[in-house]
Design a protein around this ligand. Structure first.
Ligand code: NAP
Length: 520
């Protein structure tokens, strides 16, 4: 069986001890094994800090951007192989796999372009200089320089390619070396990407390391110049944040966690209209794409009570048409969940929702998936749970079921009630609004804005609308509260996490000469 290795201190290292098995989640066939035991984590971090950091900091933004472009091109050259792994180890349909792998490549290209635009600089001049006293000689200027530590990236199982790439793109461009740890259950894709990059000798030594298997005590080895970007459950994030060194060393931590993303239909939208059809299409796509294992997936479908039964009947019909089964089959539209543990969690979550609402479609019980032996694979049907009054529901606003599961919640159609219902999620990555009523849009956008990282305004005139579930490199990804309080991406904004902002204060000519900002 294939043994996944870690890449650290400039070489591949095979783990010792009892490995964890990686399965095909549709067939439960073992595909590979992984263990991080025996990898000297302190040495791996030290090597990245000492060798990788200086090598990256010696390059300009354009030079680092060129590295990102080469990474993207290398991945593109192996696209089909990577998609096959996304299907086999991730339970993705080919289309789901493209969402992950092509999303990763596109994000790397986007950051390569930002690097090219930032040009020959090695640090960022932040904003305009300011006169600090009566004399214009006394001058202040902020600059952002790369941190001198290592960026540790801990990723969730659902986007092994994109999660790796979107974090690495920002860190490498900022000038920080990366140690990336994919979730073990779906690590084959990240591992293969690392093999491709090492074979292609794209990056300077120490700039990128990979830890496969358990994180062991990795977060507790971080110090003041290091940063940790984590994607996963709120519970794990809370444990990491409470580590003594994270507190005492003020280790910068970015968390992307759970989210009960809402899609809200405005009161002006008539069943059958283009806006209504767009709403249904995007809700259905978000419930079923990647079997609902998307942090940005719509979990709460909030609709005026007057059309709630139309929406229910239409969604039930659409969900009923989705073919669920082995994602290796081209006719299958939705694959399994990633692991047996995720399936058990999802079933428990559906029961929790159904205890309060009515199951309009699907259930927690096992069902026959296409193309696999009966009883094999971590499959669940799409599930829609209906609640008569959205504001009165409880579990729907409190519990994220990381699966193809959504709650249908009725409201009055009034903007304040819509905003109050969205706010019950206690902080989200994205909410989406579907309406042509400018007054309702304004009241709802500003009602929900403080609780969301992104607001998507759906409109049928947007060609090839990606829907709210697609994270774009130009826009921030993250959200307050339950969503972790983090922020990734957002174009050049993402670099700030990996850089130290320093205020320089002194004589204007000296500072301007130092920064190369002297006029004329
Ligand atoms: P998880 O159990 O928290 O695992 C996430 C990652 O953390 C994995 O790489 C895991 O490694 C690692 N990990 C586990 N325990 C750790 C510890 N004590 N210290 C350091 N790392 C540790 O989360 P999950 O259940 O796999 O992921 C699903 C959750 O992620 C969902 O709740 C979803 O909402 C969230 N998510 C959020 C986003 C976002 O961008 N906001 C994106 C995707 C997913 P092992 O795999 O080796 O255990």
């Amino acid at each position: 069986m294939l043994s996944l290795r870690s890449y650290a201190v400039g070489r591949w290292i095979e783990g010792t001890g009892t490995p964890q098995l990686l399965l095909n989640p549709a067939t439960e066939e073992p595909l590979a094994q992984a263990s991080s035991d025996g990898v000297d984590l302190a040495a791996a971090l030290d090597h990245a800090r000492r060798i990788g950091g200086p090598a990256l900091r010696a390059l300009s933004f354009a030079g680092r951007g060129a590295l990102l472009k080469s990474i993207a091109q290398a991945m593109q050259a192996h696209r089909d192989e990577l998609l096959d792994l996304a299907v086999a180890n991730g339970g993705n349909t080919r289309s789901d796999g493209k969402f992950d792998v092509e999303g990763a490549i596109a994000t790397l290209f986007a950051y390569a372009e930002i690097g090219e635009k930032l040009g020959s600089a090695k640090f960022l001049v932040d904003g305009e200089g300011v006169q600090l006293g009566r004399s214009p000689r006394f001058h202040g200027q902020h600059v952002c320089v790369p941190r001198a530590g290592v960026a540790v990236h801990i990723n969730a199982f659902n986007f092994p390619a994109w999660g790796f790439a979107e974090k690495a793109a920002a860190a490498l461009l900022a000038g920080m070396p990366v140690l990336s740890k994919p979730a073990t259950s779906s690590a084959m894709l990240a591992h293969r990407i690392m093999e491709i990059l090492v074979d292609a000798k794209i990056l300077p030594e120490g700039a990128l390391s990979l830890l496969v298997g358990s994180p062991r005590q990795l977060p507790s080895l971080l110090g003041a110049q290091d940063v940790l970007a984590f994607t996963g459950s709120g519970d794990t994030a809370a444990r990491i944040r409470a580590l003594p060194n994270i507190i005492s060393e003020s280790v910068r931590v970015n968390v992307e966690a759970d989210s009960l993303n809402a899609a809200v239909l405005g009161p002006d939208v008539e069943p059958g209209s283009d806006m209504y059809e767009l709403f249904l299409t995007e809700v259905q796509r978000d419930i079923t794409q990647k079997a609902g294992q998307k942090c940005t997936a719509i979990r709460r479908v909030v609709v005026p009570a007057a059309v709630a039964s139309n929406v229910r009947d239409d969604l039930v019909e659409m969900l009923g048409a989705v073919r669920v089964g082995n994602p290796a089959l081209s006719e299958v539209r939705m694959g399994p969940l990633a692991t047996a543990a995720q399936l058990a969690d999802a079933r428990a979550g559906v029961q929790r929702l159904a205890a309060e609402g009515n199951l309009a479609f699907g259930s927690a019980t096992p069902f026959a998936a296409e193309g696999v032996e009966a009883g094999t694979g971590f499959f669940i049907s799409p599930v829609l749970v209906e609640f008569a009054a959205g504001a009165a529901a409880s579990a729907a606003h409190a519990h994220e079921v990381f699966a193809p599961v959504a709650s249908l919640l009725a409201y009055s159609g009034e903007a304040p009630e819509a905003a109050a219902i969205v706010a019950r999620g206690n902080g989200g990555l994205v909410s989406s609004l579907y309406s042509d009523d400018a007054g309702w849009i304004e009241a709802t956008v500003f009602g929900i804005a403080p609780g969301n990282g992104r607001i998507y305004l759906g409109h049928p005139k947007i060609e090839l609308s990606p829907g709210p579930g697609t994270v774009l490199p130009q826009l921030v990804h993250g959200g307050p509260g339950r969503a972790g309080g983090g922020e990734e991406l957002g174009g050049a904004r993402a670099l700030a996490f990996y850089m130290q902002r320093v205020a320089l204060e002194g004589s204007r000519p000296v500072i301007q000469k130092l920064l190369g900002t002297q006029p004329g």
